[in-house]
Design a protein around this ligand. Structure first.
Ligand SMILES: [Ca+2]
Ligand SMILES: [Ca+2]
Ligand SMILES: [Ca+2]
Length: 134
């Protein structure tokens, strides 16, 4: 069972790391290099997997970066700038902005989708596979 804090934390991060990867890299090889960098940055324990706490921390760190004016909510413009194509799915209360909670709810689902073998941690291969299907 995830805590609310974890739900909050999971939303923001992988949005940014994966989005910046696809925005910057067109070639597969470069894509993989950037993906690896994002993965290693998120894997703060360095054990080769990303658990929920690491994922959550990554989400929060990313949210802070994207929320440029620091008002605790991300606008559609800010979100699209990091490559999120369907922000409507994230905006639960439909107010046109994206709170950390809304993003976290969205990212939790993504975490579970990426975790192909359902062991509760993400490996580089799982993320790579997920990214290649997007
Ligand atoms: Ca780790
Ligand atoms: Ca909202
Ligand atoms: Ca897994």
């Amino acid at each position: 069972m995830k805590t609310l804090f974890l739900k909050l934390a999971i939303a923001a991060g992988l949005v940014i790391s994966t989005a910046s990867v696809s925005a910057q890299a067109q070639e597969v090889e470069l894509d993989e290099i950037l993906l690896r960098e994002a993965f290693d940055a998120a894997d703060s324990t360095g054990d080769g997997t990303i658990d929920e706490a690491e994922f959550a921390a990554d989400v929060i760190a990313a949210f802070v970066v994207v929320d440029r004016n620091g008002n605790g909510a991300v606008s559609i413009v800010e979100l699209k700038a990091v490559g999120v194509e369907e922000p409507g799915l994230i905006d639960i209360n439909n107010d046109g902005t994206f709170s950390l909670l809304e993003i976290m709810n969205f990212k939790i689902v993504e975490f579970e989708n990426v975790d192909l073998n359902g062991d509760g941690v993400l490996t580089f291969d799982e993320i790579k596979k997920y990214e290649s299907q997007r």
